[in-house]
Design a binder for this molecule. Structure first.
Ligand code: BTN
Length: 267
């Protein structure tokens, strides 16, 4: 563990949060393959008991959704994974990505100046000004105990010249939005504290998640082209379904429920 990291991270936490996530449940790596892979391995080996956190300054094999790579230069962004014991009823698990987006979005909004709001893009990306600054990869494992691993890549202090060419036109960072650097560990502390306070309670009634999402829904009311399980559909985004799915309204066929998508384009 990096010297001083735990005290820096937990500086503004309450005693309850410190008890839930004591020092032996936090790992910091200067460089690791992937924080998600590392945490999943720890769970598989039976080394994880409750909420746990793996943080890295750099990943050599960072993973995104749909098998994409997640690349970031060392020491500028937040790259971390939180292990959450899956205690709530399985019907509520589909809301975990949206709850994660909410908890991360709330923490980010609390440090943005001028009352800026993040945008939530289904299924669980966070945007500022129409560009992605945060991606979330939720993976689950059932043995030896059921856990969800929420992996977060959040562009904090990344400069324009550091974005890989393939995402240059569509990505942003808090540095770019705010015009100044933010303290990564302070922000991480806020996010972890949000999880410790709200998880799993917030999954038992999803109204709070839906309300938050509706006010920030990037796709709602927009004309979209969605590729899902190899088929392409067009329609207007109509918010979240009862299980957190994307609702897509087609003038001729009514409202279609999208459970997963390879690609979502604005038309
Ligand atoms: C996406 O938008 O495709 C999700 C990206 C998730 C990236 C984060 S970085 C920390 C954690 N470790 C990984 O390998 N992936 C997630």
């Amino acid at each position: 563990m990096r010297v001083g990291f735990y005290s820096e991270l937990t500086r503004d936490w309450g005693e309850t949060e410190r008890r839930v996530l004591p020092e032996d449940r936090v790992q910091f790596h200067e460089s690791v393959d992937s924080t998600n892979t590392s945490l999943l391995d720890e769970i598989r080996e039976g080394n994880v008991e409750g909420v746990s956190l793996v943080v890295a300054d750099h990943q050599t094999g960072g993973r995104g959704r749909r098998g994409d790579r997640w690349e970031a230069p060392p020491r500028v962004n937040l790259l971390f994974s939180i292990a959450l014991p899956l205690e709530a009823s399985p019907q509520s698990w589909s809301w975990l990505p949206h709850l994660s987006a909410k908890l991360i979005g709330e923490s980010v909004e609390s440090i943005l100046t001028g009352g800026s709001r993040v945008e939530a893009k289904w299924p669980n990306d966070l945007y500022l000004g129409g560009r992605k600054f945060c991606g979330i990869l939720v993976e689950t494992i059932s043995n030896p105990e059921p856990f969800a691993v929420v992996g977060v890549g959040l562009n904090v202090n990344m400069k324009r010249c550091q974005f890989p060419p393939e995402i240059e036109a569509t990505a942003t960072s808090l540095l770019e939005w705010e015009g100044c650097e933010s303290n990564r560990w302070y922000l991480l502390g806020l996010i972890v504290r949000g999880f410790l306070t709200d998880y799993p309670k917030a999954l038992t009634s999803t109204e709070g998640i839906v309300d938050w999402y509706e006010e920030r829904d990037y796709l709602r009311g927009r004309r979209l082209r969605v590729t899902s399980v190899g088929r392409t559909f067009e329609g207007v985004g109509q918010g979240l379904g009862s299980q957190g799915e994307l609702l897509l309204e087609d003038e001729d066929r009514g409202v279609r429920t999208i459970l997963s998508a390879e690609k979502i384009m604005l038309c």
